[in-house]
Design a protein around this ligand. Structure first.
Ligand code: GLV
Ligand code: GLV
Length: 322
């Protein structure tokens, strides 16, 4: 049984794959080129892929023998799940194991942006620190501020737990109430305009899909406080990035902490890079050694289950047919 793994991943996971199948591995330190993916998938029964691989009808047509697509990520907006379903191929993902690490990343961005850690560090390293200064690099408090969590899923819930520890007031939006978050962290479910109006920090935790594409744009930034900070560790395209640039530049909102972008890698001529009131990191939400290992192992187990015709440990639900 031949399988393709599209990127070098933690050894523990490769071992599981290699013990159960004949593994072809794309070892280069860049995503597998699309034409190579299409060529190599032809004789494979399993595909272990990354969020940088577009898995669509063309890949599934080429991979006629595929029994499973196993993605090493929780988000799967790069995968045409309807096309996989049409070809009878289940899709696996890795929820759960990265929840708390990603919540830590969101909180790191909240603290770093509010307290201007990036500007402070640049200031010190540039040799500009001449004396203690009562007015130097003043930022905003995180403790006792109001946080608005857009999407109270697993990751949103863990962000709420951290916010509660900082004695923050917690607002959230979501398709349904999250009673645990309300009971444990005094979170209040509100509509989006209320959340935008009242929050000092707005943190996005929704998957990217047709309903959430550009969920936040110019008209939403206009409703936010002029001091508000936007945090995005979900997917870049949940936020209209051009509109965000304008809002930050014109002082419509106060700042942003971004781990994800509409185009990744962020092009070095992107106008966001000309602004100082934001912290930008390269999609490292789940990037701890332990979590990336757990994600890879889970993706390997989904792959093995799929090629053996067993139920996946975590299967993405098939889209509801209209
Ligand atoms: C990372 O962005 C993931 O979806 O796991
Ligand atoms: C992902 O783990 C989520 O549901 O927030």
């Amino acid at each position: 049984m031949r399988v393709l793994v599209t990127r070098d991943i933690p050894e523990e996971a490769l071992k599981i794959v290699a013990e159960n199948a004949e593994m072809e591995l794309w070892r280069e330190a860049r995503p597998i080129p699309r034409e190579v993916l299409i060529e190599q998938v032809a004789d494979k029964v399993g595909l272990l892929c990354m969020l940088t691989d577009r898995i669509d009808d063309a890949v599934l047509e080429a991979g006629k023998h595929l029994r499973v697509v196993s993605q090493m990520a929780v988000g799967y907006d790069n995968i045409d799940v309807a096309a996989c379903t049409k070809h009878g191929v289940p899709v696996g993902n890795t929820p759960g194991v990265l929840t708390e690490t990603t919540a830590d990343t969101a909180f790191a961005l909240i603290l770093a942006t509010a307290r201007r850690m990036h500007e402070s560090e640049q200031f010190l390293r540039a040799g500009e620190w001449k004396m203690w200064d009562p007015m130097l690099l003043l930022g905003q408090d995180v403790h006792h501020a109001t946080i608005g969590i857009v999407g109270m899923g697993r990751i949103g819930y863990e962000v709420a737990r951290r916010a509660y520890g900082f004695q923050m007031r917690i607002l959230y939006t979501g398709n349904r109430p999250n009673e645990e978050a309300e009971r444990n962290f005094e979170a209040q479910r509100v509509d989006l305009p209320t959340l935008l109006r009242e929050s000092d920090f707005v943190s996005v935790h929704t998957p990217l899909n047709a309903q959430t594409h550009h969920l936040l744009g110019a008209e939403h930034f206009a409703q936010m406080k002029r001091t508000a900070i936007l945090i995005n560790t979900a997917r870049g395209a949940v936020v209209d990035q051009k509109a965000l640039y304008t809002a930050l530049k014109e002082g419509v909102i106060g700042g942003a902490g971004l781990d994800v972008f509409e185009r990744e890698p962020l092009p070095m001529d992107d106008p966001l890079l000309t602004l100082s009131n934001l912290v930008l990191v390269p999609h490292i939400g789940s990037a701890s050694i332990k979590t990336r290992t757990q994600m890879a192992v889970l993706a390997a187990k989904n792959l093995v289950a799929g090629i053996q015709g067993k139920p996946l440990l975590h299967e993405v639900p098939a889209p509801i047919q209209p």
